[in-house]
Design a protein around this ligand. Structure first.
Ligand SMILES: Nc1nc2c(ncn2[C@@H]2O[C@H](COP(=O)(O)OP(=O)(O)OP(=O)(O)O)[C@@H](O)[C@H]2O)c(=O)[nH]1
Ligand SMILES: [Mg+2]
Length: 450
């Protein structure tokens, strides 16, 4: 959103670099940039004013640190204040009870149903919750139940719904009984949204909360709603009492300033952020990386974390062994491809890296990944396990099955063979490279090839 602020600061401070300390004059232009960027990102103006005041207090009189430019010193101050404003540390969910209950509330289309599914998937994977239960309490929209059921099926999570019931409180009661008999260890309640806050909705939610006694009441807000989200967050907090927020659609919005405002206004932490439409596109809110992103420094932390998750060391060791023994098959190739895809759209990933945020065209690489995947999926088991010669008729069949062309199939097979050959020769290559003083090819470089 404020991409490039860090770069701008550098040039703004150039003419003052000879001075001994930061002054109100030398920071004036940079302060203006910060103010405009925050307002553009839809941070409430009162919050902007108090933020700017704090930044000024911290900056004026700050003596020059040897070897560091004023621009960088100023960025650090703004960064620290931003992190401070957003709650310093990531705030986790309260999942201490034997079967925690999460109640999701928010306006229509804010992303409740999607985040309910995302959260159940995330907690099943990352937490001790092995058997979550999604409960469909949105009885307003005819397709709402079906939407949750489809998502639940996709991620193999149970969904409790009662298509005949019109009263969400009754559905809730029977869902709680169902949980007891089935032994679920996490309940996520998906509720109805409205276009505006209205009495009926609030009464319904209050009643649901009274019966469910949830461990968390999460306000789900679409970051693109900007200023309005703030008013609504306050309303929900005053009427229902929230324990935290989940900010969604951060991938598409340039107004993530709502994050700052919602926290200030509700006094409750932001716990998760939705960063895309896929089930995996959710992550714990991290104030430091949000501040990095705001200042255009790139969200390197999240990128590294996601990469680490997808390629854990144990799997890597097995793969390296396979590669060296040359038992690397198309199936392994496919598995790697899937991991790469799971890390998110390349475009979204690269956006997090400083310097890459301006590049727009990642579509061709993504298409290639997709094509390779469908080509391998069109192979027979024997072909995938490299148990037969890839004769032209086989190649033609794969091209047809995957909706690609013979040239693409040839190219994919060539790439695959190259990697396999390279890895087979790795011990010899390593020796040769060590002799010549060059580093051997690492798994990172290999991954780049995939
Ligand atoms: N780009 C993007 N889309 C999202 C994200 N989260 C949800 N969506 C999409 O936003 C749309 C609305 O999401 P829902 O989960 O249905 O919203 P809801 O709050 O349940 O809506 P109602 O049930 O009508 O109140 C869906 O098309 C989702 O796929 C996100 O983080 N990023
Ligand atoms: Mg919904």
């Amino acid at each position: 959103m404020f991409s490039g602020l860090a770069g701008k600061f550098k040039s703004l401070f150039e003419k003052f670099e000879g001075q001994k300390a930061l002054t109100s004059e030398s920071i004036a232009d940079a302060v203006r940039e910060v103010r405009v960027a925050l307002l553009d990102a839809d941070v409430n103006f009162k919050i902007v004013s108090s933020f700017i005041k704090r930044v000024k207090e911290k900056a004026i009189g700050r003596e020059r640190v040897k070897g560091v430019s004023f621009g960088d010193q100023f960025i650090k101050i703004v960064h620290e204040q931003l992190v401070d404003l957003m709650g310093k540390e990531s705030s986790s969910l309260n999942l201490n009870s034997p079967c925690p209950i999460l109640l999701l509330v928010g306006l229509q289309g804010s992303g409740k149903t999607t985040q309910a599914a995302k959260l159940s998937h995330y907690l099943k994977d990352k937490s001790h919750c092995k058997k979550p239960l999604l409960v469909a309490l949105d009885l307003q929209r005819p397709s709402a139940i079906e939407q949750l059921q489809v998502l639940g099926k996709k991620i193999d999570v149970d969904v409790y719904a009662d298509l005949k019931q019109r009263n969400p409180v009754k559905v809730l009661r029977s869902a709680l009984a169902f949980q007891k008999s089935e032994g679920h260890d996490l309940i996520i309640l998906d509720t109805a949204g409205r276009l505006h806050v209205d009495e009926q909705l609030m009464d319904e939610l209050a009643e649901i909360k009274k019966i469910a006694v949830p461990d968390e009441v999460l306000f789900v807000a679409n970051s693109a709603t900007g200023q309005e989200a703030v008013v609504i967050a306050k309303e929900f907090n005053d009427r229902i009492g929230i324990t935290g927020s989940v900010l969604t659609m951060l991938d598409g919005s340039s107004r993530s300033g709502a994050a700052i405002s919602i926290m200030e206004v509700s006094g409750k932490p932001l716990k998760f952020e939705g960063v895309g439409e896929r089930i995996e596109d959710i992550q714990p809110f991290n104030p430091t990386s949000m501040a990095d992103r705001i200042l255009g420094m790139g969200d390197v932390i999240n990128l590294v974390r996601r990469a680490e998750e997808q390629f854990n060391q144990k799997e890597q060791a097995v793969l390296e062994k396979k590669l060296r023994k040359a038992t690397f098959t198309y199936d392994d190739y496919l598995a790697q491809m899937k991991k790469l895809k799971k890390m998110g759209p390349l475009k979204a990933l690269m956006k997090m890296v400083p310097g890459f945020s301006e590049i727009e065209d990642f579509s061709s690489q993504e298409l290639e990944l997709l094509n390779t995947e469908s080509m391998i999926l069109s192979m027979t088991m024997k072909e995938r396990l490299c148990m037969c010669e890839m004769i032209p008729t086989r190649r033609m069949r794969i091209a047809k099955g995957s909706g690609t062309g013979i040239h693409q199939v040839n190219k994919m097979i060539k790439n695959f063979k190259q990697i396999k050959k390279m890895m087979k020769n790795m011990p010899a290559m390593k020796k040769k490279l060590e002799k010549s003083g060059k580093m051997p090819m690492s798994m990172d470089q290999l991954r780049e090839k995939f």
